[in-house]
Design a protein around this ligand. Structure first.
Ligand SMILES: [Zn+2]
Ligand SMILES: [Zn+2]
Length: 75
């Protein structure tokens, strides 16, 4: 039997050119930008998204994030 081997679709393809955050889907052109961004994960960020690894220090930011990323847009 010769079932066609279809490569698994990988949504998170690695693009070496960019510095990919390992805690969220964001990526950056420069290492420094990523370092600064990483602080948003490791710093004072008590509000964690229940749907993804995102954390934020601002409750309203989290609410906006959840509405934008995890809920279908309202008509
Ligand atoms: Zn991140
Ligand atoms: Zn989220």
């Amino acid at each position: 039997m010769s079932a066609p081997l279809v490569p698994l679709p990988d949504a998170s393809t690695h693009i070496n050119k960019y510095y990919q955050c390992h805690l969220c889907p964001k990526s950056f052109d420069y290492r420094a930008s990523l370092d600064i961004h990483i602080r948003t994960h490791t710093g004072d960020t008590p509000f964690a998204c229940p749907h993804c690894p995102l954390r934020t220090k601002d409750k309203s930011n989290l609410r906006r994030h959840i509405r934008r990323r995890h809920m279908p847009p309202l008509p």
